[in-house]
Design a protein around this ligand. Structure first.
Ligand code: HSE
Length: 312
């Protein structure tokens, strides 16, 4: 095999109460990468499509480039690689845009090299891509994008990641307002100290959300989708946040919060029909102040990245 084209999905990180520890994958959108082996050693970026020229073209400064360079170093290979990246979602969207790129890069190179590493072993490489893209090697986007499903990061040092089962009828509505929030900035504004009172509330909700999902108790999921630590600070970066959240809840969502670092917002619902009604209500609420939106409705994607084509 000399050529591979692969896809990795967008993700919703934090999932209300689980800052940096919860995330799940969506069916769409996602990023696509094409890798081709070169005769000469070295990693080069041939093209990036869909980023309006904003991402660095030097492989050492680009998340996908770094991920592939570190992976090849790790397996002791001098194989030359030419990268073409297709960005299918906006940068700074809160949909795990940089993570999908890092994941698709490491997934594709591992396949192209004959799959010497397991999917789980690829996670630290994808996290290095996050470090390049936003200054912090958090795993709540790359984890679910790489492994599929609803992922919990129990610990970062040592890295301890696991997946939990979620109800089949659980649907996510993801709404992206046409504004940009830089993840680095959205992390910078967070307070470092958290009160004991808020810690207790957040721990209760974290436990409740996991139990609710695993026991298919939608009411418990709904009661637990509360973030008393991060959302109150970050929501100021999203115009109409309160109105959009209320519109989602009024139209039957189990809960609604910021997707990752924002500005995208997500809601969970029981059943596709409800999730679609919620999408309309959220878009309408943004639309009232002239903000254009794009919305996605998806089940929790259980499979993560996939090969689209291979060639010689
Ligand atoms: N957990 C990260 C954050 C996700 O909220 O900063 C960024 O997409």
């Amino acid at each position: 095999m000399n050529y591979i084209k692969a896809f990795a999905p967008a993700t919703v990180a934090n999932v209300a109460c689980g800052f940096d520890i919860f995330g799940f994958a969506l069916d769409e959108p996602g990023d696509t990468v094409e890798l081709r082996k070169r005769e000469e050693p070295g990693v080069v970026i041939k093209d990036i499509i869909g980023d309006d020229g904003r991402l660095p073209r030097e492989p050492e400064k680009n998340a996908v480039g770094v991920v592939i360079i570190k992976y090849l170093e790790h397996i002791g290979s001098t194989q030359g690689i030419e990268i073409t990246l297709h960005k299918n979602m906006p940068l700074g969207s809160g949909m795990g845009s940089s993570s999908a790129s890092s994941v698709v890069g490491v997934f594709a190179i591992n396949e192209l090299m004959g799959r010497p590493l397991t999917q789980e072993q690829l996670l630290p490489f994808a996290m290095e891509g996050e470090r390049i893209a936003c200054g912090a090697a958090h795993a709540d986007n790359v984890g679910p994008s790489l492994l599929g499903g609803f992922v919990v990061i129990r610990s970062y040092a040592p890295l301890d990641v696991f997946k939990i089962k979620v109800p089949d009828e659980l649907y996510c509505t993801l709404v992206h307002p046409d504004i940009e929030v830089n993840t680095k900035d959205a992390r910078y504004i967070l307070r470092n100290e958290v009160s004991l009172k808020n810690t207790i509330s957040q721990m209760g909700n974290v436990a409740g959300l996991i139990a609710g999902l695993m026991q298919e108790d939608y009411n418990l999921v709904s009661r637990s989708m509360v973030d008393v630590i991060i959302e109150p600070v970050r929501s100021i970066l999203i115009p109409e946040f309160d109105e959009v959240k209320q519109a989602a809840l009024d139209s039957g969502a189990l809960g609604c919060s910021i997707s990752g670092a924002g500005p995208s917002m997500f809601a969970l619902s029981k059943g596709r029909q409800n999730a679609e009604r919620v999408a309309l209500a959220m878009c309408e609420a943004f639309g009232k102040v002239g903000i254009t939106t794009k919305s996605y409705v998806s089940q929790i994607n259980q499979s993560g990245p996939k090969i689209l084509s291979i060639g010689h």
